[in-house]
Design a protein around this ligand. Structure first.
Ligand SMILES: C[S@@+](CC[C@H](N)C(=O)[O-])C[C@H]1O[C@@H](n2cnc3c(N)ncnc32)[C@H](O)[C@@H]1O
Length: 257
């Protein structure tokens, strides 16, 4: 792999900021078109993801955890010539009905059902980008690692990676070169994109516990739920991390979700 390709596979904040400046208008237009749905990722977080892969050519986008399809709709709009394969555990729920309705217009979206922990590892291919936004907690990072132990995807993203999460600590300790969307330089530059998201969240009786720098009604260090960009490790390193994760989970049985 050339030095340049190596750098593209290992984004850093200065490079992400530069790429994001050029992509912000596209994300704003996609967000205006899709609108915002509860439980969804923030507009700045999808911009972060797009900027991280800007220098790469993903073959497909594979998503785990769809809920009402906010991330799915944005991915479909922002990668119009790529297939977006989206997995959700629960079929026929009110969230699933909303997602199915709003995603029916996209020809590049494939809706799948079932437990990603078992279904995803054999489906993801080298060259795919993976977004994990459910399962959460230790199972979320376990899914990222199971995939990376089976194949080396182009890039892995894990949502809900804010400070204070054990999986954030795990990623910062073990994962090679992680980058996070709550970096203050990124937040300062792009938080304005999230105004419509925060407005809807503030008006929702179910989600008012969440606001900038606030979670469960308490102040938090991170700006928001936070997207982690986890460059795919070598498969043998992913297998080693998986063993470490399972060892830690035995030691800390409360670290489940
Ligand atoms: C926070 S929501 C996803 C939000 C969505 N990505 C968005 O931006 O709108 C998490 C979703 O993950 C789903 N989920 C949890 N565990 C899962 C699993 N093992 N496999 C597939 N989906 C799962 C949940 O049912 C829930 O709908």
């Amino acid at each position: 792999m050339s030095e340049q390709a190596g750098a593209a596979n290992r984004p850093d904040i200065p490079g992400i900021l530069e790429a994001a400046q050029n992509l912000a208008d596209r994300v704003r237009a996609a967000a205006d078109r899709s609108g915002y749905q509860e439980k969804g990722i923030l507009n700045s977080e999808i911009l972060f993801m797009l900027a991280c892969v800007a220098a790469l050519k993903p073959a497909r986008i594979v998503e785990s955890g769809r809920a009402r399809g906010q991330s799915t709709a944005l991915l479909a709009l922002l990668f119009p010539d790529r297939e977006v394969i989206s997995f959700e555990l629960h079929k026929g729920t009110p969230d699933d009905e909303i997602a199915t309705r709003r995603l029916s217009e996209f020809r590049n979206v494939r809706l799948m059902y079932g437990d990603s922990l078992n279904l995803l590892p054999p489906i993801v291919r080298a060259g795919d980008v993976l977004l994990v936004d459910g399962p959460k907690g230790s199972l979320g990072i376990e899914l990222c690692l199971r995939v990376c132990a089976a194949v080396s995807p182009l890039m892995v993203f894990m949502h809900d990676s804010h400070h204070g999460q054990l999986e954030r600590q795990f990623a910062e300790t073990f994962w090679p070169h992680p980058v996070f969307s709550d970096d203050p330089r990124f937040v300062t530059a792009f938080e304005a994109l999230d105004r419509p998201c925060w407005e809807l969240i503030a008006s929702s009786p179910d989600r008012q516990w969440q606001a900038p720098y606030t979670r469960d009604g308490l102040r938090q260090l991170s700006y928001g739920p936070t997207m982690a960009c986890l460059p795919a490790p070598k498969r043998r390193d992913a297998k080693w991390m998986l063993r470490e994760l399972r060892r830690l989970k035995k030691r800390y049985p409360r670290w489940r979700h």
